[in-house]
Write a protein that binds this ligand. Sequence first.
Ligand SMILES: NC(=O)c1ccc[n+]([C@@H]2O[C@H](COP(=O)([O-])OP(=O)(O)OC[C@H]3O[C@@H](n4cnc5c(N)ncnc54)[C@H](O)[C@@H]3O)[C@@H](O)[C@H]2O)c1
Length: 276
Amino acid sequence: MAQSDQDIELGLRGRVALVTGSGAGIGRGIAGWLARAGCLIAVNDIDGAKAEETAALLRASGHEAKAFVANVRDEQAVAELVAHIRRELGGLDVAVNNVGMNAGMPATPFTEWRGDDFRAVVEQNLIATALCCVAEARAMVEQGRGGVILNVTSGETTRPAIRLAPYGAAKAAINHLTQTMAVELGPHGIRVNSIAPGTTLTEQVQKTFPESHVAAILESIPLRRMTGPDELGRLALYLASDLARCVTGQFMLADAGAFLSRSRPAMPAVPRVPDR
Ligand SMILES: NC(=O)c1ccc[n+]([C@@H]2O[C@H](COP(=O)([O-])OP(=O)(O)OC[C@H]3O[C@@H](n4cnc5c(N)ncnc54)[C@H](O)[C@@H]3O)[C@@H](O)[C@H]2O)c1
């Protein structure tokens, strides 16, 4: 019987963990919890200053972390990123595909979405995640020591993503991709799960959401609060660890109960600029 929490073996000490887009927000929260469990963290971001900042924060707390700048929408850059991490840190054991969001697109009524905008959102979410998954899975299969892949999707996949149609569709496709991967990669000892955050007040979200929208969301959530990057870090740690050694192909919602609410405040629509 365990006598103290130190007796619980998470199985992550000395493992190499990549978190894409961990220069800020949720990715930074996830990187922090994996680091606390003893992982060596590969901090990826397209923005070098942000990646360096997260890596420096982790090192200042006594953890091992290194920044790797790459755009995960670029297939070649992703292949090089994974190869670079394996060379520098000795392998790849845990990969969290966290890059996503709405690719700079405003909340838009369905009839006003244009093809190029739709493609941009799908590329930032489904395609970037898929490119990462392929490169990470290839590395893990080649290494022959199993691994864990976590894909960050969204609570938007549990109900209609009003005015965010391409985002909801792309994230829902990642949930399905996760299950396909779980089946194909399971025989290699690779577990694949997805994490679905509810509205999370990252710096970026705070800048974007009007106060009235935040208030309306809070009112609709059973726990009357939003999910934080730190809480998503805890969930990622659980799924990456041996505590979840039998869990694969799952979709784990962390939204403070938002999916149960009857009303869902939609993002205010932003009028389209005529020549776009
Ligand atoms: N914040 C929310 O309310 C919320 C809710 C549900 C799901 N999510 C999902 O959680 C994930 C993280 O969101 P966040 O709110 O922390 O975002 P964020 O914008 O705060 O941080 C994302 C980071 O990713 C980096 N990045 C963006 N594109 C990149 C690329 N192509 N290659 C490498 N790095 C890139 C950015 O520079 C930034 O540092 C996303 O997949 C998002 O869709 C967020």
